[in-house]
Design a protein around this ligand. Sequence first.
Ligand code: IMP
Length: 434
Amino acid sequence: MGNVIILGSQWGDEGKGKIVDLFSEHFDIVARYQGGHNAGHTVFIGDRKFVLKLIPSGILRPGKQAVIGNGLVIDPAALLAEIETLEAAGVPVRENLFISNRAHILFPVHRMMEKMSEGRPGRVSIGTTSRGIGPCYEDKIARRGIRVADLLNQEFFRERYASVMEEKVTIAKALGIYEDLDLARIRAEYEDFAARIRPMVRDTGWLLNQAIRDGKRVLFEGAQGTMLDIDHGTYPFVTSSNASAGGACTGTGVAPTRIDGVIGVSKAYITRVGGGPFPTEALDGAGEQIRQRGKEFGAVTGRPRRCGWFDVPLLRYTAAINGFDSIVVTKLDVLDEFEQIQVCVGYRLDGKVVSEMPPTVAEIAAIQPVYECLPGWGSSTFGIDSYDALPEKARQYLAYLEERTGVEIGCISTGPERNQTIVRAGSRFARLVG
Ligand code: IMP
């Protein structure tokens, strides 16, 4: 039924890649709407592992089209490397991938500028992926960015490039972070990239709207997660784009009236990479146990992820921001060996119950989570593909999360493979993605 957004309901890494790949079977086009190659969507097909950074996971389905929307920032070197890796693995990319002419282009100077924000004394260190994503979005908002269409127009590109680079070099020198970049060589390299991506460039807003008018179905794939959203996340410990549902419209040019449903993806617990407050972080052995069992290391940077317990108030907050129709709970099997499972059911600040997500990191860091303890199920759920086959206590755990969050759990993932998935019959989820 219609067009659906699938996005992360926590701090990213919820396992969206597998879910989008799996259900893209029922859609015609999969469109990414924000972020860049800071994202890492891992998909396993048989014994093959694909880590997609810029290209929507739908590309792995034969015959499906994939769109990189205007809301993304594109490092063309990273994009072309990803295309080549996929093609070497036998995935046809060039005929199925369309790149927005309005997306912004990321340059090596953006990585250089990021060192300034991350490394300078007195600046908050966000713990970014160091890909230059933030500085590229800064240029977009400051209206001095270079877009895909600009890159394709050699005369305009050369002019714009010269003025943007001159400004960057001046700032970098003044701040003492200048690296001797060969700007002429980089320009020539980007002109070569332009020639290579040109056949895939389209007005993707027009393409998507035409497709929708023709009765085709679009799946919008979020990157990162709602708590990393520039507006609604734990600012300033966030990414630089709108990872939440609203970003799907601004980041593709498809109106809210054309979207039929929003699905959140959540782990059965919670993780975070990089700095920032994390109310349910388990700093004891349980966090380490989750990290090891869940192989919780960043897909892009390899950094160990911080791990903790499922956070109901956080999910209720992200459900409201996104208007979730249903959620997918992933990595349930990671909790198989816990005798007891904690769930945060409320927040207290200075001893008082808080029902809203506090706006400042100082307040979020000071939250005292209120936990309830649920019994573990003590047996393997790995690979189970029917709800009734789950251990009773695992079903009780899911029912508890559903009741506390007020959001349907329409799908459960019990392993990385496509067939290690449960879709609940009669759910809103089944109706939206079927
Ligand atoms: P940036 O997106 O590289 O600017 O990083 C900003 C914050 O978002 C950092 O805490 C990163 O660790 C986090 N982040 C960015 N992309 C991802 C992702 O795909 N998964 C999880 N965290 C991410």
